[in-house]
Ligand binder design. Structure first.
Ligand SMILES: NC(=O)C1=CN([C@@H]2O[C@H](COP(=O)(O)OP(=O)(O)OC[C@H]3O[C@@H](n4cnc5c(N)ncnc54)[C@H](OP(=O)(O)O)[C@@H]3O)[C@@H](O)[C@H]2O)[C@@H](O)CC1
Ligand SMILES: [K+]
Length: 494
């Protein structure tokens, strides 16, 4: 099992193309399925100990992986049972099914086991799972009587809506997962849309998801990600590349003997009507490692290392400013608009957050010839770029191209996109980040990274990583002030 940091993220179509490229070299789908099933069996064996394993198999290749895993586990001497939703539909899955010599229970009748493995649906799911656990037969008159054939005999099957009193597929899955001590999803929990991260049906929350060959958007995007539990990647020998990758731990420059405050980077924060927000951004920039942070506007109090001065064109003209943060607590009045205009024409690299995002025109940003990082949450994103039903990765990428800026589309699944199409997706943000001021902290942290002269995409990624790591260190019920302080520990851990 491989960790997911820095791994390419592939859509269902990209994964199929990667598999097709391997198949074109003479490797059959059956061989890929054999690799996948063997890798799954190895992982399950390490986790299952002496416990019985129940594998649920669907009609496609995800189910095929399940049959192979069942066969290999049985060969290893592990107690394993198989329950199927229906007969396999694909040739590879049929062949995998034929290799499983044990009985196949129906999903509806399957008794729980301590270890549950969900191989019902993976990247091929196209519609909700609200269907009956009892397949109906697409029978021609010649097939009359086929219903009495045991599972294992190829039949033409389809699904009917669950009838009164019958448990749906989703209900069966939930009850088997609830009864299990450990639940493991193969490739994806069944019910999730691979590319958009939508839940077409609501699966149980799995303990572990074994991603096959590559991480998919649904492993990272909400709401899908919350059902995956821990995610481990299994190598199935399919080379993968993508412009989208899982966010990884940054590699940051540390001060050397020749460093001074300006080489560490100078960040200026423009204050507005709510000084607490800009104070938080300033504190975050300092704790993320900036050498010099100045707050332009009305504010007072500690820390004493923060250089406060009134906002003026003169203060803004300081050529040593390596990153200018505007938006936290700015307000949306005429004074805010004037300050934003001054920032846009200052010539400094910009981090534009909060209120400033609601005063902006993306085409105006495109015309600037300085690095720009935009940090909208979903409400700000909609105002700036318009609403859309497209998935978050596509939206962030299109916005970055449109504004010719780095877009940090914030949320529990922050997506960072560059105008050239590169995308980084942050996994597993702390749910406790949903508190006032944490966005201001992020803007300040990114400011420190940009002022340290990191490439703008790297600066945005490093800021998001430090912010996420600081939150994880704090655990529960922290406030934004704690988060800004904890950036120091996050930075020290690198
Ligand atoms: N390709 C490869 O080389 C390799 C692929 N691998 C594995 O394959 C998985 C992808 O396999 P897959 O494409 O067969 O899709 P999968 O998720 O099993 O399900 C599709 C089936 O379900 C059906 N169906 C869809 N929605 C439904 C619903 N709501 N209710 C009922 N049925 C529904 C759909 O039928 P249809 O839409 O045609 O009616 C189709 O029959 C991937 O996740 C990985 O595990 C590995 O083995 C490595 C090699
Ligand atoms: K699955």
């Amino acid at each position: 099992m491989i960790g997911i940091e820095g791994q390419p993220v592939l859509t269902a179509a990209e994964m199929r193309a990667a598999e097709d490229a391997v198949i074109a070299t003479g490797v059959s789908v059956e061989m890929l399925m054999e690799r996948a099933g063997t890798a799954i069996a190895g992982a399950v064996r390490r986790l299952a100990g002496a416990n019985e394993v129940l594998i649920l198999c669907g009609p496609g290749n995800n189910g095929g992986d399940g049959y192979v895993a069942a066969r290999v586990l049985a060969e290893m001497g592990i107690a394993v049972r198989v329950a199927a939703l229906s007969e396999p539909k694909t040739d590879a899955a049929k062949s995998a099914r034929a290799g499983w010599l044990g009985p196949v229970e129906t999903l509806a009748a399957a008794k729980p086991a301590p270890i549950l493995v969900d191989a019902l649906f993976g990247t091929g799911l196209t519609r909700p799972l609200d269907a009956s656990t009892t397949p109906t037969l697409n029978r021609s008159p010649a097939d009359a009587g086929a219903q009495s054939k045991p599972l294992g005999t190829p039949l033409e099957l389809s699904w009917a809506p669950a009838s009164a009193g019958e448990r749906s597929v989703v209900e069966c899955l939930h009850s088997l997962a609830n009864a299990a001590q450990l639940s493991i999803a193969i490739d994806l929990p069944s019910g999730l849309a691979t590319d958009s991260g939508r839940a077409l049906s609501t699966p149980p929350v799995f303990d572990l998801t074994l991603a096959l060959g590559a991480i998919k958007p649904a492993h990272l995007l909400q709401p899908a990600a919350r059902y995956c539990g821990q995610i481990h990647l299994l190598d199935i020998g399919v080379p993968t590349v993508s412009q989208a990758e899982v966010l990884k731990t940054p590699s940051l420059p540390t001060p050397g003997p020749d460093s001074h405050k300006y080489t560490r980077g100078m960040v200026a924060i423009i204050a507005g009507t709510m000084s607490g927000a800009s104070d938080l951004a300033a504190l975050a920039a300092m704790r993320a490692g900036a050498g010099y942070v100045t707050l332009l506007g009305d504010s007072e109090g500690p820390p004493h290392a923060l250089v406060r001065m009134p906002f003026s064109d003169y203060a803004l003209a300081n050529e040593r400013i390596g990153a200018l943060v505007i938006g936290p607590g700015l307000g949306r009045d005429d004074a805010a608009k004037a300050r934003l205009e001054a920032a846009l024409t200052s010539g400094h690299p910009l981090i534009i957050d909060g209120d400033a995002l609601r005063l902006l025109d993306p085409d105006r940003i495109k015309a600037l010839d300085v690095p720009v990082i935009l940090t909208p949450h979903s409400g700000e994103f909609d105002v700036l770029f318009g609403k859309s039903n497209a998935d978050k990765i596509t939206r962030a990428r299109e916005a970055a191209t449109r504004a010719n800026a780095i877009v940090v589309f914030k949320g529990a699944d922050t997506v960072i996109a560059a105008p050239d199409g590169r995308v980084r997706i942050a996994p597993g943000a702390s749910d406790w980040l949903s508190t006032a001021g944490t966005g201001d902290v992020l803007a300040g942290a990114i400011g420190a990274m940009l002022a340290a002269r990191l490439d703008p995409l790297d600066a945005a990624c490093a800021g998001v990583w430090l912010h996420g790591d600081a939150a994880r260190r704090l655990g529960a019920a922290f406030i934004a002030d704690d988060l800004a302080e904890a950036l120091r520990s996050a930075r020290a851990s690198l």
